[in-house]
Design a protein around this ligand. Structure first.
Ligand code: HEM
Length: 549
């Protein structure tokens, strides 16, 4: 999520002109409030230059070492507070959860999410509460997630077949894992794969990049022309139109099906659940088709890259630490010993693999800065004022590597969770990869089940190696731009089972041939020996005759 800094400077003079000509004051600008400390600011752009060119979660963490666990930064026109310690994260997620329960408005939310009609970026209020309840209880409950296990089985089966078909050739697993996760979400949402899957994946990917909130149009929302000249507005409009068309097609088809089918034949996918809720008419705030579309945008953007990246980072860390890989593999193979197919119910016995996933989420939280909150009621954190409209960011990554809470925090050690009760359910503020409080992720069960299942199968069926000539030291651990912490260079690995099998077959053939040669030699020796004895016998039987009487 490197900020489009060039555009900021190109437009800097324009902004300065308007700013000074009209003496337009930033409505968020604090007057006599006691704001947290922060780095010195430049006029107009504030602190943007201090995080430009870097990954914001790393830049914020570095700055927090100097300015403290709660910092104030002026990011363009946005007055922002950044919290970087578990102690203060608790204040955001627990003490002031309600006062900080909203999300800042954004161009993305306005254009792509039908004016914030969704859950993830929607503003806090009665309508939002109703929608979040529907998502948590009706769409993503443990029972509902279990009911989609057949989709996970199908999709993971295809993924394993794909790996087999590669016969030991190197594979950049990300593309296929993305397809698998996207299909699981599609089938759970609409009962089938999406016809325009490639387009959908691309759109979701693009949205993932734009959701960070650090683009020039987000930083200077009052200067609407910036969203036009930066190209952001047209990009978002394009994404919105394409997504809307895809959903429209699916919705129309479903409406036709529902009108011809009886209730008993109803599908059990998420679209049907939402259509039924919509048509039942019992809601305090009736939901529209646009609301439903916005919810699906959330499901796809919230559920795809987060799960894909956790799988990729987990495999990457295991490739870097062969002892961890061996331990996880041993557990999986002992648990499923002799089973041809693995069923989801068996996953609960995989204790060590769960630790590997936790450690992956600690070192590589998919959304290192979570999603930003917005203050709707003045409050105080650590004695500092948080005025209404302030954007509040919790640096979950900084909390997860805080040396006050973690030993050797930068190392990948799943064992650290072995005798610890710390988990990701939102009550341990040093480990909040899914957030916490009212805005916590409702897709934990959905996401974690797919991640566990995929990793378990990958470890059960295959041994993995890096492409020839590479060692674990060569693995690039750099992160990419964007709200989701993706791995910059996709992990490429090859399965070694095929190679082992080849070696085994060669060995068996060699032994067989050796045996043949041995028996041939033995046979020849035997014949030679026999001939020798026969000739000796003959000689000895001849000699008495030849002896003179
Ligand atoms: C490894 C998988 C996942 C990770 C790491 C993850 C992480 C997160 C995080 C960090 C947030 C923001 C929480 C906050 O602001 O405090 C979030 C929100 C959200 N996630 Fe997930 N997520 C995952 C999977 C999913 C899945 C599978 C879905 C849906 C199918 C989903 C749907 C959502 C939604 C709708 C929100 C918005 C919640 C709100 O604002 O109230 N997530 N997720």
């Amino acid at each position: 999520m490197v900020i489009d800094f060039t555009i900021i400077f190109i437009t800097f003079s324009l902004i300065a002109y308007f700013y000074f000509v009209f003496f337009k004051r930033n409505p968020n600008r604090p007057s006599s409030v006691n704001l947290p400390p922060g780095p010195p600011k430049l006029p107009i752009i504030g602190n943007v230059h201090q995080i430009a060119g870097a990954l914001p979660h790393h830049a914020f963490r570095t700055l927090s070492k100097k300015y403290g666990p709660i910092m104030h930064m002026q990011l363009g026109q946005i007055s922002t507070v950044i919290v970087s310690s578990p102690r203060l994260a608790k204040d955001v997620f627990k003490t002031h959860d309600l006062a900080l329960a909203s999300r800042p408005t954004s161009l993305l939310s306005d254009i792509v999410l039908y004016g914030g009609a969704d859950v993830a970026l929607g503003q806090y209020g009665d309508y939002w509460r109703q929608l979040k309840k529907i998502i948590t209880v009706e769409l993503l409950s443990a029972k509902k997630v279990r009911s989609f296990s057949r989709f996970r089985h199908q999709e993971m089966g295809s993924f394993m077949d794909f790996i087999r078909s590669k016969s030991g050739r190197p594979v950049a697993i990300r593309e296929k894992v993305t397809e698998m996760i996207n299909n699981i979400i599609c089938k759970s949402s609409f009962g089938d794969k999406c016809r325009q899957q490639d387009v959908l994946i691309e759109l979701v990917d693009e949205l993932g990049m734009l959701v960070s909130g650090f683009y020039v149009a987000d930083l200077f929302p009052e200067f609407g022309f910036l969203s036009v000249i930066s190209g952001m507005k047209s990009k978002l409009t394009q994404i919105h139109k394409s997504l809307d068309r895809i959903f429209d097609e699916i919705f129309e088809e479903r409406k036709r099906k529902r009108s011809t089918k009886g209730e008993a034949e109803a599908e059990d996918d998420l679209l049907d659940v939402l259509f039924t809720i919509k048509e039942s008419g019992g809601l305090q705030f009736p939901i529209t088709e646009n609301n439903i579309k916005a919810v699906f945008v959330n499901m796809f953007t919230g559920g795809t890259d987060t799960s894909v990246m956790t799988i990729e980072w987990a495999m990457t860390e295991m490739m870097k630490s062969p002892n961890v890989m061996q331990k996880a593999q041993k557990e999986v193979r002992e648990t499923f010993k002799g089973k041809k197919t693995i069923v989801e119910a068996d996953l609960q016995d995989l204790v060590y693999l769960k630790l590997v996933i936790k450690e992956t989420l600690r070192l590589h939280p998919s959304l290192p800065l979570l999603l930003p909150r917005e203050c709707i009621e003045h409050c105080q954190i650590d004695g500092y004022d948080i005025p209404v409209k302030t954007k509040v960011i919790v640096n979950a990554f900084a909390c997860a590597v805080d040396p006050e809470y973690w030993d050797d925090p930068e190392s990948f050690k799943p064992e650290r969770f072995e005798k610890s009760s710390v988990d990701f359910m939102g009550t341990n503020f040093e480990f909040v990869p899914f957030g916490s409080g009212r805005r916590m992720c409702p897709g934990i069960t959905f996401g974690v089940t797919s991640i566990e299942f995929a990793l378990a199968q990958m470890l059960y069926y295959f041994n993995w190696q890096l492409p020839s000539g590479l060692s674990s030291k060569d693995i690039d651990m750099t992160e990419n731009d964007g709200a989701v912490a993706t791995k910059k260079v996709p992990l490429t690995i090859k399965e070694a089972r095929f190679i082992r099998q080849k070696l085994k077959t060669a060995e068996v053939n060699f032994r067989r041939r050796l045996k043949n040669v041995q028996s041939h030699i033995r046979h020849k020796l035997c014949i030679t020996r026999q001939r020798f004895w026969i000739s000796k016998e003959l000689k000895s039987s001849k000699s008495p005759v030849s002896e003179p009487l």
